[in-house]
Write a protein of this length. Structure first.
Length: 445
């Protein structure tokens, strides 16, 4: 608002003095300042509207109104220049023109230079802080006013020396300067309206995305600006073998990296799976099974034999599905594994029903207690197991699921402990035929 008042004050001064002295240079400056007044009003309205949040009709916000206002300002600049050139040519071809170089003329131009310099610097700071093209255009307007005012002063000096025709030349120079500013404004405005990416912005965003740990490739980045906001659409690749929550963390880190440099950025990240060259055979098999809308395979083992691989694993098929359907799905998976991994010679798949919920069925409590005591005795007979706790039996159908926690010597290796647990599970399955599943959790002493 202060810029509007300043433009109004300067325009009135230049107009009064220009009419009294009949100086085309001062009158052209008055027209230029009048244009600045209109431009300042347009800028004020545009900045007010651009601050509105996005809505259903303007989902990218209202920032483009700043570019529209800059375009209107450019159109007004061109009209003003056309009038100045017309009048200057007319005076140069006229026989005689009376121009008075008074002290008032010099005074108003000097005052104009001082005011324009102060508001140009202030607007430039605000435009840089808020990344506003409308305010930057206003600052550019006032910067051009300073140079054109200095040209007018030179013209008045020559007028006072009797060279009246140089007043019209000074007006032509002002018009050329304004046209130059107009060209810069219209080019920037058209670039913004056509979503041209500001110089260096793409390279900056690309380096930020590439620098995020977990990003394997950057396949596409699209940028557009609207007012002070930058909209970023990035497509990256992330290893397909990592869990979803880790992949989501990578995408979050991309957004944080961009926001750290560009606070007003609106970032959307799309991730695609990346097939890494260091994936193991087991990784590839796991991804193939998951792609068939089945759960991850379990008990997956890969064996190497004479340059070829033998793969076997268990997968769960929907409960109630027919044997033929399950067999066809297993055959489909086998064929895909062989096609994608030619080094795999044989694939063996064990299919079983998927039961998402197991409810305990009430049974003989005395039999369950007897089984619990027998299992405890069997485990305590193994000296390699220091202690055992949290023994739980869950009856499922006519059998039981057993879970327990066992303590082992902390000096043992993971391989030693795993071997003991495997032996324990085999022993329990052999001795207790009612056990359906055994799960042992190991704790260090």
């Amino acid at each position: 608002m202060s810029s509007v008042l300043a433009a109004l004050f300067i325009t009135a001064l230049k107009l009064i003095v220009g009419l009294e002295t009949n100086s085309l240079g001062i009158l052209s400056e008055a027209a230029h300042s009048g244009l600045d007044l209109i431009a300042a009003i347009i800028t004020y309205i545009a900045v007010t509207i651009s601050d509105r949040p996005p809505d259903l009709d303007h989902q990218y916000g209202h920032g483009k109104i700043e570019n529209v206002s800059a375009f209107v300002e450019t159109f007004l600049l061109i009209i003003t220049c056309a009038w100045i050139i017309w009048e200057a040519v007319g005076r140069l071809t006229a026989q005689s023109v009376h121009v008075e170089a008074s002290v008032w003329g010099f005074s108003v131009i000097v005052i104009s230079i001082i005011v324009d310099f102060s508001r140009s610097r202030a607007l430039h700071r605000v435009a840089k802080k808020h990344k506003s093209q409308a305010l930057e255009a206003d600052a550019l307007h006032f910067s051009s006013d300073i140079w054109s005012s200095m040209v007018v002063i030179v013209g008045l000096v020559f007028v006072s020396a009797g060279l009246i025709w140089l007043d019209a030349i000074a007006a032509l120079v002002v018009a050329v300067l304004v046209l130059f500013v107009s060209f810069r404004l219209v080019r920037r405005t058209v670039d913004a309206l056509m979503d041209r990416v500001p110089e260096g912005l793409y390279e900056d965003i690309l380096s930020l995305v590439k620098g995020v740990e977990g990003v394997e490739e950057v396949r596409n980045i699209r940028l557009r600006t609207s007012g002070s906001k930058v909209f970023v659409d990035a497509t990256v690749t992330i290893r397909r073998t990592i869990p979803f929550h880790q992949a989501h963390m990578v995408m979050d880190n991309i957004e944080k990296a961009i926001h750290a440099r560009h606070q007003d950025a609106d970032v959307v990240v799309h991730a695609e799976p990346f097939v890494s060259g260091d994936e193991t055979i087991a990784d590839k098999v796991r991804m193939i099974v998951i792609s068939k809308n089945l759960g991850a395979p379990h008990n997956l083992e890969v064996h190497h034999n004479s340059g070829k691989y033998l793969v076997d694993f268990d997968i769960e098929y929907r409960q109630g599905g027919s044997f033929v359907e399950a067999h066809d799905k297993a055959t489909e998976i086998e064929n895909e594994i062989r096609n994608q991994i030619p080094s795999v010679e044989k694939v063996t798949i064990h299919m079983e029903e998927f039961s998402p919920i197991h409810n305990e069925i009430s049974g003989d409590a005395e039999a369950k207690t007897h089984l619990y005591e027998a299992i405890s005795t069997c485990i305590s007979a193994d000296p390699r197991i220091l202690s055992c706790s949290e023994i739980n039996l869950l009856r499922v159908g006519n059998k039981y699921n057993l879970t327990l926690s066992c303590t082992f010597d902390k000096s043992k290796t993971l391989g030693d402990v795993h071997a003991i647990i495997c032996e324990l599970e085999n022993t329990l399955y052999d001795k207790f035929k009612t056990l359906r599943r055994v799960m042992v959790h190991a704790e260090p002493s």
